[in-house]
Design a protein around this ligand. Structure first.
Ligand code: 5RP
Length: 223
């Protein structure tokens, strides 16, 4: 099976976690796009979605799924999203699609985080994928130095020859060379650095379940 087919497999499998009549939290990325496409097939059975990005909002709306503001609704029963890396305890690195801040907000508003990923995303330890960090632009140079002090090399993410601007009007640093041995402590520490909006380690908002697409089908990991 191709990676694209594995993504479609887990996108479809995630439908079993959607409660009829409710609003579902929706993440961002190519795997979530498969989930959104699958969700369209049961759109008459759900109340709508809270979305984690302008891109997912546009896709949901184009398929006729109502999108609600996070502030307009209460706690959600489930949030479904992909990951760049997930470890055996459900800790993740996210933000490859630059949507990490809104992803963490919707995840925090949800009782359960169902991660959908192909098996290439399962890792022994987080840190091989460059860690995305959303930052306030005026803090960039100092944050680059602060990551360097931890042994990391941070670079400002570019898109189409210009600095990428997130849905929140901020920038992304991608940091390589980090050893994230204690994801919970790392997340709490870096989140307090002035100028950091959100660090892409999801340990406080870790996955409850991971639907992992493998050559032999969907494996369900629970944490
Ligand atoms: C976006 C994310 C995505 O969930 C992550 O990048 C995985 O994306 P994909 O499903 O395209 O591999 O965190 O900010």
């Amino acid at each position: 099976m191709t990676q694209d087919e594995l993504k479609a497999l887990v996108g479809q499998a995630a439908l079993q976690y959607v409660t009829p009549g409710e609003i579902v939290g929706v993440g961002t990325g190519s795997t979530v796009n498969k989930f959104i496409d699958a969700l369209a097939s049961i759109k008459d059975q759900i109340a709508g979605a809270v979305s984690s990005s302008e891109a997912s909002t546009a896709r949901l709306k184009a398929l006729g799924i109502p999108v609600f503001e996070a502030n307009a609704v209460g706690e959600l029963s489930v949030y479904i999203d992909g990951a760049d890396e997930i470890d055996a305890r459900g800790h993740m690195v996210k933000g490859g699609g630059a949507a990490l801040t809104r992803e963490k907000i919707v995840a925090a508003q949800s009782r359960r985080f169902v991660c959908i990923a192909d098996e290439s995303k399962l890792v022994q330890a987080l840190g091989a994928f460059p860690l995305p960090v959303e930052v306030i632009p005026m803090a960039t140079a100092r944050l680059v130095r602060q990551f360097a002090a931890l042994g990391g090399q941070a670079s400002v993410r570019m898109k189409d020859g210009a600095t990428l601007v997130t849905d929140n009007g901020q920038h992304i640093l991608d940091v390589t060379g980090l050893q994230i041995t204690d994801p919970l402590a790392f997340e709490s520490d870096v989140n307090q650095w002035p100028g950091v909006v959100t660090v892409g380690v999801f340990a406080n908002q870790k996955a409850s379940v991971c639907l992992l697409g493998t050559a032999s089908g969907v494996k369900t990991l629970t944490f």
